[in-house]
Design a protein around this ligand. Sequence first.
Ligand SMILES: Nc1ncnc2c1ncn2[C@@H]1O[C@H](COP(=O)(O)OP(=O)(O)OP(=O)(O)O)[C@@H](O)[C@H]1O
Length: 311
Amino acid sequence: MEQVLSVKQLQKSFKDTQVLHDITFDVHKGEIMAVLGPNGAGKSTTIRNIMGIMYPDGGEVVFHNHHGDTIPRHKIGYLPEERGLYKNVKVMDILLYFAELKDYPLDRAKERALDYLKRFDLEGKENVSVEELSKGMGQKVQFIGSIIHEPELLILDEPFSGLDPVSQDVFKREIKKLADNGTAILLSSHQMNLVEEMCDRLFLMNKGQQVIYGAMKDVKAEYANFKCTIYGDNDVATLEAIQDVTRVEQDGSTSVLYLDRDVTLPGWLSNIPGDLDVQEIFVDRISLHEIFVDVALGRSIAAKEGVLDAE
Ligand SMILES: Nc1ncnc2c1ncn2[C@@H]1O[C@H](COP(=O)(O)OP(=O)(O)OP(=O)(O)O)[C@@H](O)[C@H]1O
């Protein structure tokens, strides 16, 4: 897999507080790589260091064979977390301005702009002033601005925030299409369901440190253990005593039993004590959302920090 971006042992402090500790990951051509983490984990700081908006105290950013200041920025597209476009400018003019900043041919940019406006349901808006757009429409225009110059690497900081479900789907489709056509995509998002659906690999961080790094399928296999939900009046202690139960969460008469990774379901189910009160029972797997919450709360998974087969 061709490596487009390498982030190597990034360190960053603000005054006396170190907010990035040895952050290391790669982004490959044609993949969607997610950077995840709770608020304040250091995602945006990592991205800003990659973009050269701020400089790391240690470590380095490598784009193909270019290091630090020599990175050709016009080959990178960036949708920052802070949204904002010049208000008094027409949509097409702002898109051409973005293209010009990246030395991209304007006739080609115009063609691409019209094509993307259509795909984002903004056909005919090219001569509308930015201030007349809704927030979501503005976000679409800003997204188009980040890809107008056909970047090799696209960095998207929270691209889905503030979008309605239909617009989210449009963004999802276009981001996937870009990856299928070879763009390397680094995406930070809090929408775990979208990340779970879209991303090939993920880097989960907390308090400026790596917690999990690996392919989505390996992360799921490693961390997405079974959990068993039982509706009925049962004692937490009784449930905790069942073999291979690692944790129990109880809310009224609903109990969720988190199971050991290596549990074999048929055997486990046949060993449930016969005197439990079971009105309803079902078994499913921990979602990426729950893995995330576990990490954010510093619970069991965080203790199993590791790098999976990140290649
Ligand atoms: N310019 C700055 N000066 C001082 N501290 C900063 C600065 N930027 C970020 N921080 C601190 O660095 C830490 C990481 O912040 P960062 O914005 O990178 O987190 P994040 O993971 O992107 O969070 P969120 O999901 O809330 O956007 C936080 O503790 C934040 O307060």
